[in-house]
Write a protein that binds this ligand. Structure first.
Ligand code: AMP
Ligand code: ZN
Length: 131
């Protein structure tokens, strides 16, 4: 069984922040920044390509609640709310989850997108994806 399913079953300890019938929010063991939290559906789905729409809505709704909870507790300057889909994208636990990462002035976390638009034809890409 996957490590997050073990946590959901209570077989592995975790720091629970929020729980309802369909979702669980736990502190990420790595704490990229103070309050870094993971939102998990209780049902196992590997990733965004597999998760049921209702469970995805449940997870996002819990992510909003948890973002508000962290905001009240720590008043960070902002948040990164993200999901890694697939090993190539940095996913290490193959049970769908959303990271809620509060941001602080001195947190030294680097999440940066390069501008690669000069390498691509946006019209062609829009055609490819929507055909
Ligand atoms: P990802 O790389 O997007 O799949 O994220 C997986 C996250 O799970 C990482 O940030 C890990 O620090 C976190 N993690 C792994 N094992 C545990 C655990 N037992 N309890 C809490 N977080 C964990
Ligand atoms: Zn699982």
């Amino acid at each position: 069984m996957c490590i997050f399913c073990e946590i959901i079953k209570g077989n592995i300890p975790s720091k629970k922040i929020y729980e309802d019938d369909n979702t669980l929010a736990i502190l990420d063991i790595s704490q990229a920044t103070k309050g870094h939290t993971l939102i998990l559906p209780k049902k196992h789905y590997a990733n965004m390509l597999e998760i049921d729409d209702n469970d995805l809505k449940n997870v996002i709704s819990t992510a909003k609640k948890v973002t508000n909870m962290i905001n009240t507790a720590y008043k960070p300057l902002g948040f990164n709310i993200l999901n890694n889909c697939g090993e190539a994208a940095g996913q290490t636990v193959m049970h769908y989850h959303v990271h809620v990462i509060p941001r602080y002035a001195d947190d030294k976390l680097v999440l940066k997108f390069e501008d690669n638009s000069n390498k691509f034809d946006l019209d062609q890409i829009a055609k490819d994806i929507t055909k």
